[in-house]
Design a protein around this ligand. Structure first.
Ligand code: BJW
Ligand code: ZN
Length: 244
């Protein structure tokens, strides 16, 4: 592993434009469950693919609401881990650094990262499922058995996250694609690479000539395009990569 870390550090030190794509794994060591990890992942307890969809919300809005309120409480309790801090430090060191996350938590921001591109939204924001009006969460909403109603149209309020079958925010996706074509190094951290269109981003960077470095304890579909795979938790590997 030391040889691989040293090789990766060399690539990092000579890179002039770095992009980083993170997934649920980067927050795992903060106690935020990943989606697909067999033992602890949200998918092992719930059919999250169903809950995170319009069909799931239509079938049982109360279940979906309570699931998100429980997850929001978990995110609020969680603290950034050394992986989040290392990425914030990398941004301070590198003038040309773009951080793109699929995560709906704010742990990158709380570690000091600014201008984070959120591809899948934000679990702490809410809007009407019909008219789109923003809703600020009230204390009583948190323990409610049903979602709050929109004050404009009376429909249910939902979390401002991207569900399956929904489009990603266009500006975020465009900025992510730009970063892929502009970078000479892409770090892919803690994502299974299973969810489209985020899963296509590393291929865009590769086609544009960037080197790709994967940090993940497990191999996945993105591993074959990585120049170096560092197998281990990002909370340990990222600080080592920075020489901390
Ligand atoms: C560690 C670690 C440690 C652990 N350190 N690492 C058929 C084929 C292809 C595509 C489709 C298809 N059918 C439908 C689609 C499209 C669909 C899709 O991709 N589905 C797949 C499941 C097949 N995508 C969409 O619907 C997207 N929209 C779209 O495509 O619109 C057009 C369209 C619509 C319909 C049909 C076709 C096109 C929208 C996707 C939105 C995803 N939303 C979610 C939920 C957000 C809200 C919420 O939080 O509830 O986003 S799903 C979930 O997955 C969440 C995540 O951001 C996302 C990615 O997951 P991530 O981050 O990779 O986490 P995990 O758990 O998968 O992996 C964790 C990783 O960490 C693992 O690798 C571990 O090893 C690692 N790890 N510990 C480092 N300590
Ligand atoms: Zn409304």
């Amino acid at each position: 592993m030391d040889t691989l870390i040293n090789a990766a550090r060399e690539i990092l030190e000579t890179a002039t434009a770095i992009a980083c794509l993170t997934g649920a794994g980067v927050s795992a060591e903060s106690g935020v469950p990943t989606f697909r990890d067999a033992q602890t992942g949200l998918w092992s307890t719930f059919d999250a693919q169903r809950l995170a969809s319009q069909d799931g919300f239509a079938d049982d809005p109360g279940l979906v609401w309570r699931w998100y309120m429980a997850r929001l409480a978990g995110v609020e309790k969680a603290m950034p881990n050394p992986g989040h801090f290392a990425l914030a430090e990398l941004a301070w060191r590198m003038p040309d650094f773009v951080l793109i996350t699929q995560n709906v938590d704010d742990l990158h921001e709380r570690a000091g990262s600014g201008d984070v591109i959120h591809l899948h939204g934000n679990i702490a924001r809410f809007h009407c499922n019909r008219c789109g009006r923003e809703h600020s969460l009230q204390a009583e909403d948190r323990s409610a058995s049903l979602p709050p109603y929109c004050t404009v149209c009376g429909s249910y309020v939902r979390p401002s996250v991207v569900w399956f079958g929904e489009g990603l925010p266009e500006d975020a996706l465009a900025a992510a694609v730009d970063a892929m074509t502009a970078c000479d190094l892409l770090l892919v951290v803690g994502t299974s690479g299973l969810v489209y269109p985020a899963s296509e981003l590393p291929q865009i960077a590769k086609w544009a000539g960037a080197r790709v470095l994967e940090i993940n304890p497990e191999p996945g579909p993105l591993s074959s395009m990585a120049d170096i795979c560092l197998r281990g938790p990002s909370g340990e590997i990222l600080p080592r990569l920075l020489g901390n």
